[in-house]
Every structure is written in C-alpha cells, then in structure tokens.
Design a protein around this ligand. Sequence first.
Ligand code: G6P
Length: 610
Amino acid sequence: MCGIVGAIAQRPVAAILLEGLRRLEYRGYDSAGIAVLDVDRHIERVRTLGKVARLREEVEAQPVPGTLGVAHTRWATHGEPATRNAHPHVCRDRCVLVHNGIIENYETLRREQAAAGHRFTSETDTEVVVHAVYDELAAGHGLTEAVRRASRRLEGAYALGVIDASDPDRLVAARQGSPLVIGVGFGEHFIASDVFALLPVTHRFIFLEEGDIAELTRDQVRIWDADGHPVMRPVKESTVSADAAERGEYRHYMLKEIYEQPRAITDTLEGRLSGTRALPEAFGNQAEAIFVGVRAVTIVACGTSYHAGLVARYWMEALAGLPCQVEVASEYRYRRHVVPEGSLFVTISQSGETADTLAALRQAKAAGYATTLAICNVPESSLVRESDLVLLTRAGPEIGVASTKAFTTQLTALLLLTVVLGRYHALDEAGEARVVTLLRSLPVKLEQVLALDETIARLAEQFVERHHTLFLGRGEQYPIAMEGALKLKEISYIHAEAYPAGELKHGPLALIDEDMPVVAVAPNNALLEKLKSNLEEVRARGGQLFVFADQQVAMEEDDGVTILRLPQTDDLIDPLIFTVPLQLLAYHVAVLKGTDVDQPRNLAKSVTVE
Ligand code: G6P
C-alpha cells in the first residue's frame, strides 16, 4: 500500500510533502521518509520509524531545504518496518525513488544487480527499482528514458516518483497497477497517491492511466502511454474542499465518520430518487437498457465492502427476485467460474483501488460478463474507470482505517440497485414505493441511533477486559454480525467471530462460558423466535448476552442479559440501523483500551497490493 507524494516547485517543498504524507497516512504508517534536492544538488534525506508526526519532528530538527523532492509513508510488505527499509531509496547519491506496490520479480533482479556490484541497504523489493533506474542513467539516458527502460524490467505493481540529483528540473512518475495522480499548479507540479494529499496546494488533477510515464518540470507535464506514445490526459477540477479530510472537533476520524452517516446517506440518495421511484440513470446513461436484460447478479469485493455485498444478496433474491452470488475478490480471482446467463458483475469498493477487486473485475470481463458495475466512493479510481456502469457512494473522504460511512452508503447504493433491477422482475410499483420511502427515512433513523452513543459507551466497559467476543445474527443480520466482529477485532484487537445463530450448536457453543460475551443482533423480524432459542442456548451455558434489539422485541434484561433498544424500523433497512451501534461499540472499546483507533496496528486502508 504505502502513500507517495512528490513536488517540483519554485518554493521549498518540504512542508508540502510532509502535509501530503499526513493526509496519506491512512495508506500506511509504519515508517516514513522524505528526500529533497538542495541547491548544491545534494540529496537531503530523513527517514524515521513510526508515524509521519515523527518524521515531521526530525525534519524540524534537521531541515531539508530545496524545491524538488519526494516523500513516502510505508506499510511494510517486503522487509520489516525499520528505518533502513523506509523510502525514499537512493542509489549512489544520484537516483532517488519512492514506490507504492510490489515488484514481483525483485529476487531475480536483486541477484543480477548484486552480481553487477550494487550494494543493497534494505530488504525491500523497491531497492531493485532505484538501482535499475540508476543503471540506465549511468548508461547515459535522461531520467524519463531511464525510468521507461527500467520499468520494462519490472513485473508487478508500482507507482513511482523518481529524481536524478544531476537534473534538478525534472520529476518523473510512472503508474502500473497502483494509483497515482498529478497535481497541476502554477509554476509547480506535484504527484501523489490520491488527490487529498494535494488539496492544500491545488484542485486541478491529471489522473494517470495504467502504463503511463509522466515527466514533470516546473512549467510543464508531459505524458507517454504504455506504448511510449505521447498522450494528453485531461486536467480535472476537484470539488472536494481541503478540510473535508480534517478531523474537526472529533477525537478520532472514525467517530467523525460514524457521525457523518446520516449526511453521507442523504448525499448518496441525492438526485437518485424521484417521488416514489428510484432512477436507473443514476447508474449511467445506458443503465436502464442494460438492467432490463439482467437475469442474475454476481458481487465481488473485499473486507467491509464484501459484507455489504452479503447483505445485498438477501435483498436481491427477496426483493428483486434475482439470483445473486457474492464472493471475496481474492478467492474469486483465482478460481474458474461459470458466468450465469444475463448476469451483471458488481464490484463494491470504498477506494476503488483494492488490488484483488480490480483483478477480479478484469478477470470477469475476460470470462465473458457483458456488463460490469462499480459501487465506489472514489470518482477517479481505477475501478470506476474500468467499469461500464458506476454508482458513486458520495460518502466523502474516509480516513479511519476501519470503514464505517463507506459501508452504510454502500448498503444504501445496493438497496437502490435492488430496486432498479427488481422493477423488471419481482418488485411491483407499490413495493418500489415502500423501499423508496424507507430509503428516505434512513438519515433520521440513524440520527436516533447515534443518540444512543453514551449508552453504548457504558456498555463498552464490559468488553475491555475480554479476550474474545462472539457475534450472532440470522438472515441479513448475519453479515451485520460479521461486520460488527470485524470492527471490534480491527480496532480493539479483541478476537471476535461472527456466526449465523443457527450454527451455534454445530461448534461454537463449546466456547461459551462466563468469559465469552455474546453480542446478538435481534431486530423484530421473522427469525426473531429462532434467534431467541439460540440465545437461550447461550444463557443455559452461563454466557453473557448483549442483545441489540428493537423496541418491539419482547425480551427482558436479566442477570447475564443486557439489552440495548434501537428504534423500531422495517426489516429491510434494519441492516443499516443495526450497523451503527456495533460501530460505536467497537469504537468505545478501542478508546477504553487505548489502541490507535484510526490507524490500527498492521492494517492499512487501501490495499493496493495482493
Ligand atoms: C482494507 C480496509 C477495509 C476495507 C477493505 C476493502 O482492508 O482496511 O476497511 O473494507 O480494504 O477496501 P475497499 O476500498 O475495496 O472497500
């Protein structure tokens, strides 16, 4: 994963680079580094273990003056988190490079380069790239040509930012499989892994395509495509404000993003409903013509986005009457599959850059899916650009590594999709009107759930000392239980597992004792009575129950049974309603445990490597 940022300007760039890194830190935070070319063409480099704030302190103590530089925040893949493995990497005081991605053939290249006399100072896959570019520079090529030649030898994924110390007027970037944008300024240009990194300095961006190489000077940007032909890529204006990614008065990004959900869902729905109808054109101009012919749906995603897909399966089959299969992208991409006739291939992704999801999309196209649809939060992402139809979730920037508002806006988008597809199958006008009314009610209902924050904070105290938690749900609440368990383990490091409640007696019941809290998601639906019997099984074995139930559920608090009452809603939107308290529970447990809520250990937000 990792985040990269680079700048070529007429003013000192260190502060711009450090601010860019701070904004990219969600991509990786085990080490960070910066390298700037000073007036004497010396490379001034500072690298630190840990977070960007530490790097900033180091740079304050040891300034790196200069108008051309690159910086990096790392999420270790090859080589442990350590200063020697932090980027930028340098070869013979001449070539400086930052990299996001994985070089798959690095072992072969490393052997060759070591035999040719290169000295390796890190265990990273990246170091072979800096040596390869250096060799081309030493052979007499200019920096752009050197990067082009070196990249021909690379297998895998990369976004690169490269500087040649003997050429202080050029910054070269390359993109293959990892995201990279160019920020266009006046007399200055920038590169970064995403637009947020650069919003304080520009709102104008060029999005590089796969295989592009770009040469940035202070006055000009030139781009060549994968075949080496010069190309013009459009400059696009971003409407996102620089402070959209700020934490404001909230203690953590995650809490801010939990609280943003009513607003985010309002934005997801904006212009996509009309009276009692959902508008198919929200998915693209061709959508309606395509949707008429859809006979089945395949959904592929990773992590939290996968959980959204699992909920959608219940909706697709129950409401729209369409067969629907859902799979994690890392599995889907490596197996043979049968393409059901007339099926729509749907990917779900917050970032639109998740390597496995992108690979699955490409594979699905090759396997014969006629139409692909992306449900995504990032407008210019690879997934969006490579899909036929798109619905942007409009959640706004999500910085906390644990996904919250991205998830509930994905669910909102998937319910919209269910409605527009269902129209041609099992959903009549009255049914559509009912769903649309429920969709419109979501923001207010979620505000009511958020009002329970303090109660949930108190509940959280009972989890702090625990080592394990079991989450139970049935039907479309089973994926919500999975999402609740994922949130808890991600940020509080408590081992949490989710089970469909009916599976309890097939194994997990053996784990139940007084040390195992069991969280049950229990809306008042057709499966409630079944769920209650499952909960009795837990109580009978001394397990401590925490039941998230709605107002109508006839259950009483008791020794060993704590009930949190949620507003009464409709089955259909219960998955969204019940998600929020589980997010808050995980959040408060993590705060009480003192973990790093927004940047949990070992994780990164955007997984652009396999
Ligand atoms: C990472 C993130 C998760 C996210 C998953 C899929 O694991 O930490 O929060 O759900 O990637 O990411 P995507 O951007 O494709 O939704």
